[in-house]
Write a protein that binds this ligand. Structure first.
Ligand code: SAH
Ligand code: SF4
Length: 357
């Protein structure tokens, strides 16, 4: 691990100004922050990457750190346990082992001309959505800032070492509920969008939530510049709480109210996720109900045909239902996209991540 002798666990937990503060506090010139930051976040310095064997920063960085009496025990926050490619080679998944032995997964999708990384924010998830493998497995712990950032550093490093152009988009749709780990997630996204480092534009970052109302309101209040995706799956309380137990905690009417406040404050479009399950939430009546619920919102609906998980009986909606659900929403004025299914053969699809061996 990259330990600093500070309250932070890892150099990768620090944002730019914190790193600068730590260095200057110890007598290192503030201008050196930039070089160190660059080495870590732009050049994916090997010392912070999985599989790394080097345990020293090269001079002069090493000297500065020494001068600052920072004795970084270098080494990655994540170790690659497995790298699995889908048969079409367009999706791959890494199973990472964390320092305490817990495991998480990160998925990289190759869309023509742009790579999208699907990142985990927690080991497990406390929300218990019935159709999601992560939810079925339960909550283990929050990921630290450094553990979130490291997933992306690894992806960047791998792409670069294969001579491929870098990562374009980040979706926080891996394991876990991002807004349940709000502070670490926001700080990590600040770090990866920092123009002096990884420089992923905030508009290319999407945060998906099951509907944690206080988190949505906080994002609005703080004017967070990221895309917000809200997973709905049901357009009335009875339908929704059958699939999403936490709908009892943050009921649908409160959730929609929070989305309206978010929309008004930020003037941003909200992306609503809807996992289509045959006979459960794919009827024409339910499509109309959804359109009525969203009336007046600047909303885009993403339809995701259900991916199979061990703990849930339901099956994906058939193509005619999917198409008709989409057509109804479009007729009612909402842009609507059917999510391409990716990486199903290696359990890298939405809701299939559980990091089991
Ligand atoms: N916790 C967040 C983000 C991670 S889940 C959230 O729930 O939004 C990312 C997306 O995958 C969510 O929209 C979720 O509803 C969807 N999903 C979960 N399980 C799925 C499954 N088995 N098939 C298809 N989509 C699923
Ligand atoms: Fe958690 Fe999202 Fe899975 Fe629900 S769908 S259990 S919120 S990861």
């Amino acid at each position: 691990m990259v330990y600093l002798k500070t309250e932070a666990d890892s150099l990768l937990d620090l944002d730019y100004s914190e790193l600068e503060k730590e260095l200057t506090k110890r007598g290192v010139k503030a201008v050196h922050t930039r070089t160190l930051w660059r080495a870590m976040h732009r050049e994916s310095f090997q010392g912070v990457l999985p599989g790394n064997t080097r345990h020293d920063f090269l001079p002069p960085l090493g000297n500065w750190l020494q001068q600052a009496e920072i004795k970084p025990r270098l080494g990655p926050l994540l170790e690659v346990d497995q790298e699995i490619h889908s048969s079409d080679q367009l999706t791959r998944k890494w199973l990472f082992r964390l320092a305490d032995g817990e495991t998480i997964e990160t998925v990289l999708m190759d869309y023509p001309g742009r790579y999208t990384a699907c990142v985990s924010t927690q080991a497990g998830c406390a929300m218990g959505c019935v159709f999601c493998a992560t939810g079925q497995a339960g909550f283990v712990r929050h990921l630290s800032v450094g553990e979130i950032v490291s997933q992306l550093l690894h992806v960047q490093f791998v792409l670069r070492s294969e001579g491929k152009s870098g990562l374009r988009n980040i979706v926080l749709m891996g394991m876990g509920e991002p807004l349940h780990n709000y502070d670490a997630v926001m700080k990590a996204m600040g770090i990866v969008s920092d123009t002096r480092g990884m420089n992923i534009g905030p508009a290319r970052i999407s945060i998906s939530t099951v509907g944690v109302v206080p988190g949505i309101l906080r994002m609005a209040e703080e004017r967070r510049p990221y895309n917000l995706a809200v997973s709905l799956h049901g357009a009335n309380e009875a339908d929704r709480s059958r699939l999403i137990p936490v709908s009892k905690r943050w009921p649908l009417d409160e959730l929609i109210k929070a989305c309206r406040i978010y929309g008004e404050k930020t003037k941003r479009r909200i992306f609503f996720g809807w996992t289509l399950i045959a006979g459960e939430n794919d009827s024409s009546a339910q499509a109309h109900e959804l359109a009525t619920l969203l009336e007046g919102l600047d909303a885009h609906v993403n339809l995701i045909p259900l991916n199979k998980t061990a703990g849930y009986e339901g099956s994906e909606s058939a193509t005619p239902e999917v198409d008709s659900f989409k057509a109804i929403l479009q007729t009612r004025g909402f842009p609507c996209t059917i999510r391409q299914r990716r990486g199903i053969d290696v359990a890298a699809g939405c809701g299939q991540l559980k990091a089991s061996l």
